[in-house]
Design a protein around this ligand. Sequence first.
Ligand code: ADP
Ligand code: MG
Length: 264
Amino acid sequence: MNADSNTPLLAVNGVTLQYKTPRHLVTATYRVDFSVHQGDRYVILGPSGCGKSTLLKAVGGFMRPVEGDIRIRGRDIVAPGPDRMMVFQEFEQLMPWKTVFQNVLFPMKVTRKFGRAEAKERAEAAIAKVNLAQFRDVYPHMLSGGMKMRVAIARAMALEPDILLMDEPFAALDALTRRTMQQELLSLWEQLRFTVLFVTHSIEEAIIVGSRILVLSPHPGRVRAELDTGSLDYGNIDRPEFGAMSKRIHDLLFANERAKEATA
Ligand code: ADP
Ligand code: MG
Protein backbone atom coordinates (compact mmCIF):
# COMPACT_ATOMS: atom_id res chain seq x y z
CA MET A 1 0.00 0.00 0.00
CA ASN A 2 1.36 3.39 -0.86
CA ALA A 3 0.49 6.75 0.69
CA ASP A 4 -2.03 7.72 -1.96
CA SER A 5 -3.83 4.40 -2.11
CA ASN A 6 -6.98 6.30 -1.17
CA THR A 7 -6.81 8.50 -4.24
CA PRO A 8 -9.17 6.95 -6.74
CA LEU A 9 -7.77 5.76 -10.03
CA LEU A 10 -10.76 7.25 -11.81
CA ALA A 11 -12.88 10.06 -10.39
CA VAL A 12 -16.12 11.14 -12.03
CA ASN A 13 -17.35 14.34 -10.37
CA GLY A 14 -20.78 15.83 -11.00
CA VAL A 15 -20.73 14.83 -14.64
CA THR A 16 -23.53 15.99 -16.92
CA LEU A 17 -23.30 14.77 -20.49
CA GLN A 18 -25.35 16.09 -23.37
CA TYR A 19 -25.83 15.57 -27.08
CA LYS A 20 -26.65 18.59 -29.20
CA THR A 21 -28.60 17.67 -32.29
CA PRO A 22 -29.97 20.26 -34.71
CA ARG A 23 -33.40 20.01 -33.12
CA HIS A 24 -32.81 18.78 -29.59
CA LEU A 25 -30.56 18.97 -26.60
CA VAL A 26 -30.43 15.49 -25.08
CA THR A 27 -29.22 15.21 -21.50
CA ALA A 28 -27.77 11.71 -21.20
CA THR A 29 -26.48 11.84 -17.60
CA TYR A 30 -27.09 14.37 -14.85
CA ARG A 31 -24.46 15.21 -12.21
CA VAL A 32 -23.10 11.70 -11.88
CA ASP A 33 -20.48 11.03 -9.22
CA PHE A 34 -18.46 7.89 -8.68
CA SER A 35 -14.91 6.77 -8.21
CA VAL A 36 -13.07 3.65 -9.19
CA HIS A 37 -10.08 2.29 -7.29
CA GLN A 38 -7.23 0.12 -8.46
CA GLY A 39 -8.40 -3.47 -8.91
CA ASP A 40 -12.12 -2.65 -8.80
CA ARG A 41 -14.56 -4.49 -11.00
CA TYR A 42 -16.79 -1.47 -11.21
CA VAL A 43 -20.17 -1.95 -12.83
CA ILE A 44 -22.47 0.74 -14.18
CA LEU A 45 -26.00 -0.67 -14.16
CA GLY A 46 -29.14 0.94 -15.47
CA PRO A 47 -31.97 0.62 -17.98
CA SER A 48 -31.44 1.12 -21.68
CA GLY A 49 -31.03 4.79 -22.56
CA CYS A 50 -29.88 5.92 -19.11
CA GLY A 51 -26.51 7.08 -20.40
CA LYS A 52 -24.20 4.14 -19.62
CA SER A 53 -22.51 4.11 -23.02
CA THR A 54 -22.29 7.89 -22.97
CA LEU A 55 -20.51 7.76 -19.60
CA LEU A 56 -18.07 5.21 -20.95
CA LYS A 57 -17.44 7.37 -24.02
CA ALA A 58 -16.67 10.30 -21.74
CA VAL A 59 -14.26 8.21 -19.65
CA GLY A 60 -12.71 7.10 -22.94
CA GLY A 61 -12.17 10.77 -23.77
CA PHE A 62 -14.44 10.79 -26.81
CA MET A 63 -16.83 13.29 -25.27
CA ARG A 64 -16.45 16.19 -22.79
CA PRO A 65 -18.80 16.82 -19.88
CA VAL A 66 -20.85 20.02 -20.03
CA GLU A 67 -20.67 20.09 -16.26
CA GLY A 68 -18.27 18.41 -13.83
CA ASP A 69 -15.01 16.65 -14.61
CA ILE A 70 -13.47 13.23 -15.06
CA ARG A 71 -9.99 12.55 -13.73
CA ILE A 72 -7.63 9.66 -14.09
CA ARG A 73 -4.91 9.60 -11.46
CA GLY A 74 -5.86 13.21 -10.75
CA ARG A 75 -5.41 14.35 -14.36
CA ASP A 76 -8.36 15.77 -16.26
CA ILE A 77 -9.42 13.53 -19.17
CA VAL A 78 -9.45 15.60 -22.35
CA ALA A 79 -8.84 13.04 -25.10
CA PRO A 80 -8.62 9.30 -25.73
CA GLY A 81 -5.42 7.64 -24.58
CA PRO A 82 -3.82 4.21 -24.15
CA ASP A 83 -4.29 4.54 -20.37
CA ARG A 84 -8.00 3.73 -20.98
CA MET A 85 -8.58 0.80 -23.31
CA MET A 86 -12.01 -0.10 -24.61
CA VAL A 87 -12.57 -3.85 -24.96
CA PHE A 88 -15.33 -4.29 -27.52
CA GLN A 89 -17.45 -7.33 -28.15
CA GLU A 90 -15.11 -10.07 -29.25
CA PHE A 91 -16.58 -10.41 -32.72
CA GLU A 92 -16.17 -6.72 -33.49
CA GLN A 93 -12.54 -6.28 -32.77
CA LEU A 94 -10.26 -9.13 -33.76
CA MET A 95 -9.02 -9.05 -37.32
CA PRO A 96 -9.77 -12.48 -38.84
CA TRP A 97 -6.80 -12.34 -41.23
CA LYS A 98 -4.31 -11.79 -38.42
CA THR A 99 -3.04 -14.38 -35.96
CA VAL A 100 -3.44 -14.00 -32.21
CA PHE A 101 0.08 -12.59 -32.02
CA GLN A 102 -0.50 -10.13 -34.89
CA ASN A 103 -3.81 -9.04 -33.38
CA VAL A 104 -2.20 -8.29 -30.02
CA LEU A 105 0.71 -6.50 -31.70
CA PHE A 106 -1.49 -4.33 -33.90
CA PRO A 107 -2.50 -1.48 -31.53
CA MET A 108 1.11 -1.13 -30.41
CA LYS A 109 2.14 -0.70 -34.03
CA VAL A 110 -0.56 1.91 -34.55
CA THR A 111 0.13 3.93 -31.41
CA ARG A 112 3.92 3.68 -31.94
CA LYS A 113 4.31 3.92 -28.21
CA PHE A 114 7.01 1.23 -28.29
CA GLY A 115 9.83 0.22 -30.62
CA ARG A 116 9.43 -2.92 -32.75
CA ALA A 117 11.35 -5.23 -30.46
CA GLU A 118 9.67 -4.00 -27.31
CA ALA A 119 6.22 -4.21 -28.91
CA LYS A 120 6.87 -7.85 -29.83
CA GLU A 121 8.07 -8.65 -26.33
CA ARG A 122 5.02 -7.00 -24.85
CA ALA A 123 2.71 -8.94 -27.17
CA GLU A 124 4.33 -12.25 -26.18
CA ALA A 125 4.06 -11.37 -22.51
CA ALA A 126 0.43 -10.30 -22.75
CA ILE A 127 -0.48 -13.51 -24.62
CA ALA A 128 1.26 -15.60 -21.97
CA LYS A 129 -0.55 -13.71 -19.22
CA VAL A 130 -3.95 -14.67 -20.59
CA ASN A 131 -2.75 -18.27 -20.98
CA LEU A 132 -2.77 -18.37 -24.77
CA ALA A 133 0.93 -18.95 -25.48
CA GLN A 134 0.21 -22.17 -27.44
CA PHE A 135 -2.29 -20.29 -29.58
CA ARG A 136 -0.10 -17.35 -30.61
CA ASP A 137 -0.06 -18.32 -34.31
CA VAL A 138 -3.70 -19.33 -34.57
CA TYR A 139 -6.39 -17.28 -36.36
CA PRO A 140 -9.41 -15.98 -34.39
CA HIS A 141 -11.96 -18.27 -36.10
CA MET A 142 -10.20 -21.26 -34.53
CA LEU A 143 -10.74 -19.95 -31.01
CA SER A 144 -13.70 -20.28 -28.64
CA GLY A 145 -15.59 -17.16 -27.57
CA GLY A 146 -13.83 -17.13 -24.22
CA MET A 147 -10.42 -17.40 -25.87
CA LYS A 148 -11.28 -14.52 -28.23
CA MET A 149 -12.16 -12.42 -25.24
CA ARG A 150 -8.80 -13.28 -23.70
CA VAL A 151 -7.08 -12.16 -26.91
CA ALA A 152 -9.06 -8.92 -26.79
CA ILE A 153 -8.00 -8.37 -23.18
CA ALA A 154 -4.37 -9.26 -23.96
CA ARG A 155 -4.47 -6.75 -26.79
CA ALA A 156 -5.64 -4.02 -24.45
CA MET A 157 -3.34 -5.04 -21.58
CA ALA A 158 -0.24 -5.01 -23.77
CA LEU A 159 -0.52 -1.22 -23.68
CA GLU A 160 -0.61 -1.35 -19.87
CA PRO A 161 -3.74 0.73 -19.47
CA ASP A 162 -4.88 1.97 -16.07
CA ILE A 163 -8.37 0.76 -16.75
CA LEU A 164 -10.29 -1.50 -19.15
CA LEU A 165 -13.64 -0.24 -20.42
CA MET A 166 -16.28 -2.80 -21.40
CA ASP A 167 -19.68 -1.76 -22.76
CA GLU A 168 -22.19 -4.62 -22.51
CA PRO A 169 -19.62 -6.99 -23.99
CA PHE A 170 -21.78 -10.10 -23.51
CA ALA A 171 -25.21 -8.63 -24.30
CA ALA A 172 -25.54 -10.33 -27.68
CA LEU A 173 -24.61 -13.81 -26.44
CA ASP A 174 -26.90 -16.67 -25.52
CA ALA A 175 -27.33 -17.28 -21.78
CA LEU A 176 -24.90 -20.21 -21.53
CA THR A 177 -22.13 -18.58 -23.53
CA ARG A 178 -22.65 -15.42 -21.56
CA ARG A 179 -22.12 -17.30 -18.33
CA THR A 180 -18.91 -18.88 -19.63
CA MET A 181 -17.63 -15.46 -20.66
CA GLN A 182 -18.43 -13.97 -17.26
CA GLN A 183 -16.56 -16.82 -15.61
CA GLU A 184 -13.58 -16.39 -17.92
CA LEU A 185 -13.47 -12.69 -17.16
CA LEU A 186 -13.57 -13.36 -13.42
CA SER A 187 -10.89 -16.02 -13.48
CA LEU A 188 -8.67 -13.73 -15.55
CA TRP A 189 -9.28 -10.97 -13.03
CA GLU A 190 -8.33 -13.35 -10.17
CA GLN A 191 -5.04 -13.88 -11.93
CA LEU A 192 -4.23 -10.35 -13.15
CA ARG A 193 -6.21 -7.97 -10.91
CA PHE A 194 -6.75 -5.36 -13.60
CA THR A 195 -9.21 -2.51 -13.08
CA VAL A 196 -12.33 -2.73 -15.17
CA LEU A 197 -15.28 -0.41 -15.72
CA PHE A 198 -18.08 -2.65 -16.98
CA VAL A 199 -21.46 -1.56 -18.30
CA THR A 200 -24.53 -3.80 -18.24
CA HIS A 201 -28.31 -3.61 -17.98
CA SER A 202 -28.52 -7.05 -16.36
CA ILE A 203 -28.89 -7.15 -12.57
CA GLU A 204 -27.57 -10.71 -12.40
CA GLU A 205 -24.54 -9.90 -14.54
CA ALA A 206 -23.83 -6.80 -12.45
CA ILE A 207 -23.74 -8.87 -9.24
CA ILE A 208 -21.65 -11.63 -10.78
CA VAL A 209 -19.10 -9.45 -12.55
CA GLY A 210 -18.97 -6.51 -10.18
CA SER A 211 -17.20 -5.82 -6.93
CA ARG A 212 -19.09 -2.52 -6.80
CA ILE A 213 -22.23 -1.47 -8.64
CA LEU A 214 -23.40 2.00 -9.54
CA VAL A 215 -27.16 1.98 -10.02
CA LEU A 216 -28.44 4.66 -12.41
CA SER A 217 -31.96 5.97 -12.83
CA PRO A 218 -33.69 5.99 -16.22
CA HIS A 219 -33.02 8.81 -18.68
CA PRO A 220 -31.28 11.08 -17.86
CA GLY A 221 -29.05 8.87 -15.75
CA ARG A 222 -28.60 9.98 -12.15
CA VAL A 223 -26.97 7.98 -9.40
CA ARG A 224 -29.52 6.02 -7.40
CA ALA A 225 -27.03 4.11 -5.25
CA GLU A 226 -23.64 2.52 -5.08
CA LEU A 227 -23.48 -1.00 -3.72
CA ASP A 228 -20.76 -3.32 -2.60
CA THR A 229 -21.44 -6.85 -3.79
CA GLY A 230 -19.07 -8.45 -1.30
CA SER A 231 -18.28 -11.99 -2.33
CA LEU A 232 -21.38 -12.64 -4.39
CA ASP A 233 -20.81 -14.45 -7.68
CA TYR A 234 -21.59 -17.82 -9.31
CA GLY A 235 -20.74 -19.83 -6.23
CA ASN A 236 -23.70 -18.37 -4.38
CA ILE A 237 -26.15 -17.55 -7.16
CA ASP A 238 -28.74 -19.83 -5.53
CA ARG A 239 -28.21 -18.47 -2.05
CA PRO A 240 -30.55 -16.06 -0.28
CA GLU A 241 -27.85 -13.31 -0.11
CA PHE A 242 -27.72 -13.25 -3.90
CA GLY A 243 -31.48 -13.05 -4.15
CA ALA A 244 -31.59 -10.31 -1.52
CA MET A 245 -29.00 -8.21 -3.38
CA SER A 246 -30.87 -8.77 -6.60
CA LYS A 247 -34.14 -7.60 -5.03
CA ARG A 248 -32.48 -4.57 -3.48
CA ILE A 249 -31.13 -3.49 -6.86
CA HIS A 250 -34.46 -4.21 -8.53
CA ASP A 251 -36.21 -1.98 -5.98
CA LEU A 252 -33.67 0.80 -6.55
CA LEU A 253 -34.08 0.59 -10.32
CA PHE A 254 -37.85 0.73 -10.14
CA ALA A 255 -38.11 3.14 -7.20
CA ASN A 256 -39.93 5.90 -9.13
CA GLU A 257 -42.48 3.65 -10.76
CA ARG A 258 -43.42 2.27 -7.37
CA ALA A 259 -43.67 5.74 -5.85
CA LYS A 260 -45.97 6.77 -8.70
CA GLU A 261 -48.14 3.71 -8.16
CA ALA A 262 -48.34 4.43 -4.45
CA THR A 263 -49.60 7.98 -5.01
CA ALA A 264 -51.94 7.10 -7.88
P1 ADP B 1 -27.37 3.38 -22.60
O1 ADP B 1 -26.01 2.99 -23.05
O2 ADP B 1 -27.54 3.43 -21.12
O3 ADP B 1 -28.44 2.55 -23.24
P2 ADP B 1 -26.80 5.80 -24.10
O4 ADP B 1 -25.63 6.38 -23.39
O5 ADP B 1 -26.54 5.10 -25.36
O6 ADP B 1 -27.65 4.90 -23.09
O7 ADP B 1 -27.83 6.98 -24.43
C1 ADP B 1 -28.26 7.91 -23.45
C2 ADP B 1 -29.23 8.90 -24.07
O8 ADP B 1 -28.53 9.69 -25.04
C3 ADP B 1 -30.39 8.26 -24.81
O9 ADP B 1 -31.52 9.06 -24.63
C4 ADP B 1 -29.95 8.28 -26.25
O10 ADP B 1 -31.05 8.32 -27.12
C5 ADP B 1 -29.14 9.55 -26.32
N1 ADP B 1 -28.05 9.47 -27.33
C6 ADP B 1 -27.09 8.53 -27.41
N2 ADP B 1 -26.25 8.77 -28.43
C7 ADP B 1 -26.71 9.91 -29.02
C8 ADP B 1 -26.29 10.70 -30.14
N3 ADP B 1 -25.21 10.35 -30.85
N4 ADP B 1 -27.01 11.79 -30.45
C9 ADP B 1 -28.10 12.15 -29.74
N5 ADP B 1 -28.55 11.46 -28.68
C10 ADP B 1 -27.89 10.36 -28.32
MG1 MG C 1 -25.35 1.44 -24.21
